[in-house]
Design a protein. Structure first.
Length: 244
């Protein structure tokens, strides 16, 4: 989706410091570096002949529809930026290998840039503080649990201690290696932003821009959606000292 494209471009071309400050809104969406990242994405998304069906299709295609366009003897799409779970949306068995029907490569960045990876993840949350709940939560953080999960497929562990051989598919082994060896590793920005921004205004704004909205107006609207920080209330006593 468009948010992921922009996140990858910011990370690869502006670097992790700008990326981290963007997540906390120290660097706003209207900052020239973020605008430049969206413009760079627009060269692909809005360029003639770059997207099957044009920019309208870029907004309307589902992940499943996009995945299936990569397949067949005369595919409608040759390249698709997507997460490793793309294969879950393909309707049939596919040979995923360097010489197969589909294969992958890391998101490209500057020739002299650091090797960078953008990742997402699954979160486990405890809603009770019972001993058995704590024990399960602790177990899920271990290499033993990650290894058992890796053997089931469709999963890449954050732990370097999980051996590549435990992944049943070449795709997961490859991505695990890239993740382990990356010089810069960052979590998905929109997932770390406040939900009213990351999963609402940012997502809506990118779709609106792909549909023809002005970029400056779009970026300003995303900035306006950022929640205000509530400062502790201070009062002054008769002597001029402040107190919370």
């Amino acid at each position: 989706m468009a948010t992921d494209w922009v996140e990858d471009i910011v990370l690869h071309f502006e670097g992790p410091q700008v990326y981290d400050r963007w997540i906390s809104h120290e660097v706003p969406f209207s900052d020239g570096r973020i605008v430049s990242a969206v413009d760079r994405f627009g060269i692909i998304a809005l360029g003639n002949g770059r997207v099957n069906g044009g920019n309208r299709a870029a907004v309307e295609f589902t992940v499943r529809e996009a995945a299936n366009q990569l397949l067949g003897s005369s595919p409608d799409c040759l390249l698709h930026r997507q997460a490793s779970f793309l294969t879950d949306f393909i309707d049939r068995e596919v040979d995923i290998a360097p010489d197969g029907e589909l294969w992958v490569f890391p998101f490209p960045g500057p020739a002299d840039g650091a090797t960078s990876m953008l990742v997402g993840g699954t979160v486990a949350a405890r809603f009770t503080d019972r001993p058995e709940t704590r024990q399960l939560a602790e177990y899920l953080t271990t290499a033993e649990a990650a290894t058992e999960r890796a053997r089931l497929g469709g999963f890449v562990s954050a732990l370097d201690s999980v051996e590549a051989d435990y992944y049943p598919a070449l795709l997961q082994r490859t991505i695990a290696g890239w993740t382990r060896d990356a010089e810069v590793l960052r979590f998905d920005a929109s997932d770390l932003m406040p939900p009213e921004v990351g999963t609402d205004a940012f997502w809506v704004g990118m779709n609106s821009w792909l549909g023809g909205a002005r970029l400056a107006t779009t970026m300003a609207a995303i900035d306006d959606a950022w929640p205000l920080e509530v400062q502790p209330r201070q009062t002054l006593d008769a002597g001029g000292d402040s107190e919370d």
